[in-house]
Design a binder for this molecule. Structure first.
Ligand SMILES: [Zn+2]
Length: 59
């Protein structure tokens, strides 16, 4: 199944809806994947990420 990214939170989603936002507003045309382990890190703050996981850098 193709990987998609949530347009709302940028989380990488497998399936047809984001488990966090409950939205089906997903895109397959995202760029880059970043894995966030620490939500206090600079990259997480820059991307506005509040939960660990895989995220697209640009959606
Ligand atoms: Zn989402």
């Amino acid at each position: 199944m193709a990987k998609k990214a949530c347009r709302t939170c940028k989380r990488i989603v497998i399936g047809n809806s984001c488990p966090v936002c409950k939205t089906s507003d997903l895109t397959t045309t995202f760029q880059g994947i970043v894995v966030i382990f620490d939500v206090e890190s600079d990259i997480a703050k820059k991307l506005g990420i509040t939960a660990p996981g895989k995220y697209a850098i640009r959606v």
